[in-house]
Design a binder for this molecule. Structure first.
Ligand code: R5P
Length: 329
């Protein structure tokens, strides 16, 4: 059976695969298109004077399999609306099948009502994509796997874990401790620990208010060890900075961080520069928006994973088979 790395050895492309992209994922989508040997479908984007977006597909997609890429990076609301508009254009242009490809699915953190009178925005965003005409969704590392259930159709949930774990395994070569920065990431941290042959520790995090994280305690042996904090995303950096400070106070030899999505919203640049973190690795689901000399930020690509998934969807073969089941989290 082929795995996702071998899948490109043979001849692949068919004619009716159309890769369309919004303006937020250009670097990543170009890498994916190159792997698939399929040029990006030409789109014309304009804006009305009041800021409204206007798109036109410059070639036919009639009867084709259309993949509409957009990562929901900042400005997030524009990213989502832009993707919905392209999907709508493809639907009205008689595409046979439309897949919304969201390397980072925006608003995915609010996937339940944690308190009274709150919205469930993960569901809302998925409803917008579905209403626009998406028949299928592909996303990388959702905040929680259950979010797939908000879409009444096929949902391929990929994970950047194999590419990040490969990088970490090479860098640490055994002896490290993978640290979950909160109770929500324990399963993820356990999978990293197994893949890179490391021990596991867990930080007890409390969020007194939105965007303010406190690390209260750590369970596991961290003194004298190289600790790797793993998370689905780094947004302001508050979670990993708080965990890193605590780990250093508990005697960690070094503290690194790994995350699928490097959002790095303000004040991430300042917080990370002032933190106890030695190095960071993220995937390219979101374009890197900050520059730091310390901690150094490495970026590994999920282009091969996304290209392999798109090829499997287009050819109607199994997505799980090429990822050997590791595409689920
Ligand atoms: C929280 O549940 C998430 O998994 C991340 O830990 C969080 O969103 C990261 O945000 P920040 O970097 O702002 O702490």
């Amino acid at each position: 059976m082929l795995n996702w790395q071998q899948v490109f050895d043979g001849e692949i492309m068919e004619k009716r695969l159309h890769i369309l992209s919004g303006s937020h994922s250009i670097d990543l989508v170009q890498k994916v298109a190159k792997r698939l040997k399929s040029p990006l479908h030409p789109l014309k984007m304009e804006r009305f004077a009041n800021g409204e977006i206007k798109y036109q597909l410059e070639e036919s997609v009639r009867g084709g399999n259309v993949f509409v890429f957009q990562t929901h990076s900042q400005p997030v609301n524009d990213a989502i609306v832009e993707q919905a508009i392209i999907i709508d254009a493809a639907k009205r242009a008689s595409a046979k099948n439309i897949t919304a490809v969201c390397p980072y699915l925006g608003y995915s953190r609010q996937d339940r009502k944690a308190y009274g009178r709150e919205p469930i925005t993960a569901r809302l965003v998925i409803d917008i994509l579905a209403m626009a005409g998406a028949d299928r969704i592909v996303a990388v590392n959702l905040h929680s796997g259950q979010t797939q259930g908000f879409f009444n159709g096929p949902f391929d949930h990929l994970t950047a874990l194999p590419v990040l774990a490969k990088y970490l395994k090479k860098k640490f070569n055994g002896g490290a401790v993978v640290v979950s920065p909160d109770s929500g990431r324990v399963k993820l941290a356990d999978r990293y620990a197994k893949q890179i042959g490391a021990d596991l520790a867990i930080v007890h995090k409390r969020r007194a208010e939105t965007n303010k994280a406190e690390a209260l305690d750590v369970i596991g042996e961290v003194a004298g060890r190289d600790c790797i904090i793993v998370d689905d995303m780094i947004d302001t950096g508050g979670t990993i900075c708080a965990a890193a400070d605590l780990l250093k106070r508990r005697g960690a030899r070094s503290v690194s961080a790994a995350a699928s999505h490097g959002l790095f919203s303000p004040p991430a640049q300042q917080s990370l520069a002032a933190s106890a973190i030695d190095s960071i690795v993220v995937s390219d689901t979101v374009p890197l928006s900050i520059k730091l000399s310390k901690p150094k930020i490495e970026v590994v690509s999920v282009a091969a994973l996304l290209a392999a998934a798109i090829k499997a969807i287009h050819e109607e073969s199994s997505v799980s088979a090429i990822f050997d089941g590791s595409n689920q989290i």
